[in-house]
Each structure stands twice: as structure tokens, then as C-alpha cells.
Write a new protein. Sequence first.
Length: 275
Amino acid sequence: MQIWDQHVHSEFSEDAFCSMTDMALAEAEAGMSGVCFTDHCELEHYDTGLENPDCWRPDRLFLGFAEAKKAVGDRIALRLGAELGGGNHLPERAEEIGRSGLDFIIGSVHNLRGMPDFFMGTAGLPMYSSEEACYELLSKYIEEYMEVARLGAVDVLGHIGYPLRYMKKMGVDISLQPLREPLAALLKTAIENGKGIELNTSGYRRGLGEPMPAPFLLKVYRELGGEIITVGSDAHSPEEAGADVRKGLILLKELGYKYYCAFSNRKPEFIRLEL
Ligand SMILES: [Zn+2]
Ligand SMILES: [Zn+2]
């Protein structure tokens, strides 16, 4: 069975420093058949605390990808995508990215309109002061994802539940269960708009102990008739290459999924889950 890691960062992201070639070789070493690079494409400057939040440079990206393809040869299949942030804040710009010749686009909400990245709540901002405040943020988060689910430039919704990682770090350990209804409405909207979701395995190793979204939501998505689902490690370094991708695929099978997807040219290819 082909095993694809479809959420991977390289030096073309502001928070990763590994060349695409080295990352691809590490992914091959980890047993992956293919990898789709999804470097950050954040459409707006916001207070990330990083030096260069806007390092999306398509010319360099396509060149780097061509070099990696040449260097890696047939050791692993490579595709080029993006993790689009702020797409719902700047939809016209998002559609331009959608037309730029990428294989796959993950739509992520890293920050709410006019607010910094959720991880900044761990850097002294009073975002996670109480359970009530956190649920309020999460409701707004779901509302913004509703907008992302309607963007033509987006193929799958990225790591649903991402703020929980930082809420937990700040001592507010809450579940998405009370938000089941609005989340189900979001997943339904995604399905109606031909969008998929991703199972992001970084939750396993970054403090949540489970993937994003949580298994109960993966189940809701399937029960609603959702079929387009990708799996990604969200690796930012070679040590994380392919991390828990196999575990994620096994979980999908346990939840009753028969297929998962790898994207090429913005179209899902369905791969039968044989594990
Ligand atoms: Zn992300
Ligand atoms: Zn990512």
C-alpha cells in the first residue's frame, strides 16, 4: 500500500530549516512512498513572533522542488503543495495561490481575524484565561473555518483543533465534545463544498496524545459521508519525518474508512487502506 505523508514543511517555511531533498530522504527512510511539501503560505502579516512571517516565494519554492526531485530520483515520490493561512481573510489572494500550479492546498486557521497566532497565547497574551474564554475562541475558530471550507483554493481543512494544543499548555485542558454540533455543521459544509479534511498526527507528539481532529470528529466526518481525507505528520524537521502516519492510517481503518487520499494537481486519488 502506498503511504503518503501529506503535510510536511521545509526551509521554505519560516519555522523549518531543512532542505526539501534532506526532508524527502528522511521521509523515504521512515517508510513513506510519497511526500507532499506543504510549506506555510501565510497571506497576512500577523504577530507570529517569528522574524520573517512572510517567506512565501513561489519562484524559489518551485526551483527548490525541482532540485529536490532531481536529487531524490525514484527513492520517493514528491509533490508540491502549500499550507494556506489567512485564506479566508484575503480570499482573492487565496484564489491566486489556488491557480499557481500546486498539487494540494491545506487550508488552516492559525489566527483569527485581527488576532495573533494561537500559539502566542503561550507567550503572555491573556487568551486562555478560563474555560469560558477558550470555548469562546473555539466558537470563533469554527466560524472562520466555515469560511475556509468555502474557498476554491482549499482542498482539505488543516489540523482542526489546533488551538487546543496551546490551551492545554496554558493549563486549560478542554475537549471539543461540547462543540460537536457546530463542528458537525462545519464538516457538512466541507463535504457539500467538495472539501476534505486532514488527519494531522502532530497532536500525538505535541501534547495532545491524539491526532487533530480528535477521533470522535473523524468518526462524525465519515458518518456524514465524508470521503476525502489525507494524513500528514506536519514534520518541521527530518526527525519528525513520517511520524505516526502509519498510526493515523490504522486509526482511519479502525474508524471504518476504506480509503484515504493523496492529491495530485488538486485532485484526490483514493488509496485503499490495506494495513
Ligand atoms: Zn499549521
Ligand atoms: Zn503545518
